[in-house]
Design a protein around this ligand. Structure first.
Ligand code: CP3
Length: 370
């Protein structure tokens, strides 16, 4: 039976109008507030839920205003500021809030401090290149090493008051390891692959440590109030399916098998992963995130319609004329064909030059409002 209708026949009549709305999981304005979580479970929803990676960020004037006074890391480390930024994009009408933080935050408590250098992106001061470097890395307790993130989650969850679901996140082991080894952004992942192939025992030890950090961190995020979590394997598409299976998949599975026991949905995301989808699905997760390099319908047929899917608009389409962005969003909805379990998102993060009005127009279009 249709999940929406199943809810509708059992309203809490005794509790008055607010209680009825809760039983229907509706806002007073008629919006279904848990459509994102329902879609993560593959359940039917009133309209397709939508949120965006990097939905809080430099394309928003209110974020830029705050960034004039604080650095990115200062915002991440002050729970009140992280709360403020997390809430900023909700005015766009998105169906979920994502914790404002960064996948690189665990590096510092692991013993590999970094900074965001102007124009260069992240820079790790002492990259991890040898067995001795790996041996020095700490597997820390999240409440000790990243207590400020968990505090931000508790604050945000209280503030959202159940009206908008809250997503936590972490980087996946390959993507985090690539920053640790390369010392920053990379185009070829040359040093990373070199360690993976030439020093497999060192690689395995590094991936084991990073995976255990990420497993504990995501579990702690769930305890602190995250209602879904996303694992960002942004750069894993650099690998062949065989290398992914041999050198990465067991570590991802270590994290995802444990998170499954929490009952909280996990979005397993990567880019450039058209050849890795089956292996990523095997590694685990509730929802698979895909980018625009593969048509959504093709990706979904391959992983099977029983696995919910998130994606997959090219973020640069938000720089195209607004009408084109909206038309492309509708094409993606047509590929999803109204099946339950589609969460609309981009295939990667929003870029700073994106006009807010285009983002708003896409949200409205996904919700069938224009
Ligand atoms: O999505 C969200 O709104 C939540 C916040 C979030 C940020 N980073 C804040 C941020 C999330 C989910 C991330 C994830 C992240 N961080 C990833 C995985 C996703 C992806 O984009 O692939 C990666 C690889 C990182 C590492 C990172 N952080 C890079 C490469 C950069 C760019 C550095 C630069 O100079 O632009 C960042 C910085 C960063 N993290 C910004 C934001 C909003 C840029 C804005 C700023 O500097 O204020």
């Amino acid at each position: 039976m249709d999940g929406v209708k199943a809810q509708a026949v059992v309203p809490n009549v005794a509790a008055g109008a607010r209680g009825v709305a809760d039983a229907l999981s509706l806002h007073p304005n008629g919006r279904m507030f848990d459509r994102f979580l329902r879609a993560c479970r593959g359940e039917p929803t009133d309209v397709t839920p939508v949120w965006f990676m990097r939905q809080a960020g430099r394309y928003m004037p209110e974020y830029r205003a705050l960034r004039e006074r604080y650095t990115l890391l200062e915002i991440c480390k002050a729970p009140e500021l992280a709360l403020t930024v997390t809430l900023q994009p909700l005015r766009l009408g998105v169906d979920a809030a994502i914790l404002f933080a960064d996948i690189l935050l665990p590096l510092e408590p692991m013993g590999a401090p970094f900074e965001f250098a102007r124009g260069e992106g992240p820079v790790v001061h002492h990259p991890i290149r040898s067995a001795a470097d790996v041996a020095r890395l700490q597997v820390f307790e999240p409440e000790e090493g990243l207590g400020y993130v968990l505090e931000a989650l508790r604050l945000i969850r209280r503030e959202l008051d159940g009206k908008t679901p809250l997503i936590g996140f972490a980087g996946a082991p390959f993507t985090i390891a690539s920053y640790l080894i390369e010392g920053g952004k990379s185009s070829q992942y040359q040093l990373t692959k070199q360690m993976m192939w030439s020093e497999p025992a060192v690689w395995h030890e590094l991936m084991t440590k990073v995976s255990e950090v990420v497993r504990r961190y995501l579990r702690a995020q769930v305890t602190a109030g995250a209602q879904a979590v996303q694992l960002f394997d942004s750069w894993v598409g650099a690998l062949s399916p065989a290398d992914y299976r041999r050198h990465v998949l067991p570590h991802v599975r270590h994290i995802l098998a444990d998170l499954e026991t929490t009952g909280v949905p996990v979005i397993h995301f990567g880019t450039n992963t058209a050849t890795l989808l089956e292996a990523q699905r095997e590694a685990g997760g509730t929802v698979l995130g895909v980018d625009w390099r593969i048509p959504l319908d093709e990706a979904w047929a391959r992983i099977g319609y029983g696995t919910p899917i998130q994606g997959n608009m090219d973020p640069l389409l938000l720089l195209a004329p607004k009408e084109m962005a909206v038309a492309r969003a509708r094409e993606i909805l047509a590929e999803a064909a109204g099946r339950p379990g589609h969460i609309f998102n981009l295939g990667h993060g929003i870029v700073p030059e994106t006009p807010v009005e285009t983002v708003q127009a896409v949200v409205a279009a996904v919700h069938g409002e224009s």
